[in-house]
Design a protein around this ligand. Structure first.
Ligand code: KG4
Ligand code: ZN
Length: 332
């Protein structure tokens, strides 16, 4: 069994996963409310809260798995990318736990975790490489070609904002709470997606994304309509804005399937929890005749099970080689 810890942003996460990819426990202590009054994650507050929570969350994960530390064979931890202070809490904690029992430790790329979420046992056959994965989260948006589950090749990525950032910033312009993505998702279900015309930007000949112009278009539209009209048409604005983001994501995914002649597709990252994206990707993959893996929502947003999932395909560092392991805000 692998014990994994993930603290790259504002969720304190720990999980126990078997070497076969079966999830025994997956604990997420969300700090969302703590940051809501600031309208975004405050890095210093996030690290302090991780420090307060990480031991209890890890103990919960072991208890939930009905496992003692003596049954754990290796430890995995998110090394980056993310908020450096937040990452350091997880890395230090994982090093401490691993060293106390001289266990091996696997440093994991957070994005690799999102890419392999669908290789975990989800109540159906997990996806097998080769497959394409669309990852859309708060900090990243890219399409990965997975030839071997131990790594991935990036076919295209966002040139500016991430899709989750576009959701959060759009939600803020519409006066919704934080985090904005889930709220915008809910509100959009009551609106008309054809009510407003927002730009669908597909930059260049490749598979890159761009979302910053969309956010600006919403800003102008909100100013033009004025407070009263925005209030009255908030659901229509949400639905139309969401449709623009989702259309771009699905279009690039369809193009990637064509170019790579992919037969299997997976999605991951917080935005993969979006109802409209899930619906539209399902429709697109049905039409293309390719297999689709959509993880349950709790495996899309940040969690430690996916970090253990990535560690299954990595060579862990034996004790004591990892004692000088450092967190990294960016990975090369
Ligand atoms: O993967 P994740 O939990 O953290 C990062 O690695 O960034 O992604 C968080 C992002 C946030 O921007 C959040 O608003 C977005 O995912 N998100 C959603 C939904 N649930 C989470 N966006 C749209 N619809 C949702 N249902
Ligand atoms: Zn993430």
């Amino acid at each position: 069994m692998i014990l994994a810890i993930e603290t790259s942003c504002d969720d304190t996460c720990a999980a126990v996963v078997t070497a076969a990819g079966e999830i025994r426990s997956n604990v997420v202590a969300s700090q969302g409310l703590l940051h809501a009054r600031y309208g975004g994650v405050v890095p210093e507050i996030a690290s302090r809260r991780h420090l307060e929570l990480v031991d209890a969350v890890t103990a919960d994960a072991l208890e939930g798995a009905d496992a003692g530390l003596d049954e754990i064979e290796s430890v995995a931890v998110t090394r980056g990318p993310g908020l450096i202070g937040a990452l350091l809490v997880g890395v230090s904690s994982a090093k401490g736990i691993a060293a106390s029992r001289k266990l091996p430790l696997a440093p994991v790329d957070h994005l690799h975790g999102h890419v392999v979420a669908s290789t975990l046992a989800l109540g159906r056959e997990p996806v097998e490489a080769p497959y394409l994965c669309l990852v859309a989260s708060g900090g990243h948006t890219f399409i990965a070609q997975v030839d071997e589950p131990s790594g991935y090749r990036t076919l295209g990525s966002t040139l500016d904002d991430a899709a989750g950032e576009a959701f959060d910033k759009g939600a803020r312009l519409l006066g919704l709470g934080y985090p904005g993505g889930p709220e915008l998702d809910r509100l959009a279900s009551e609106g008309d997606a054809d009510a407003f015309d927002f730009p669908r930007s597909l930059p260049g000949e490749g598979l890159d994304f761009s979302f910053s112009g969309l956010k600006t278009a919403l800003l102008y539209r909100v100013r033009e309509l004025g407070e009263r009209e925005v209030e009255r048409r908030r659901a229509d604005l949400a639905a139309s804005y969401q449709a623009a983001i989702v259309t771009v994501l699905v279009t690039r995914l369809e193009q990637a399937v064509g170019r790579e002649r992919a037969e299997r597709v997976a999605i991951g990252g917080g935005v993969a929890a979006n109802s409209e994206l899930r619906r539209r990707v399902t429709e697109a993959c049905d039409a293309l005749g390719v297999g689709l893996w959509v993880p349950p929502r709790e495996l899309c947003t940040d969690n430690a099970a996916m970090i253990a999932g990535a560690a299954r395909f990595a060579e862990p560092v034996p004790y004591p080689g990892y004692l000088d392991l450092d967190a990294a805000a960016r990975l090369a």
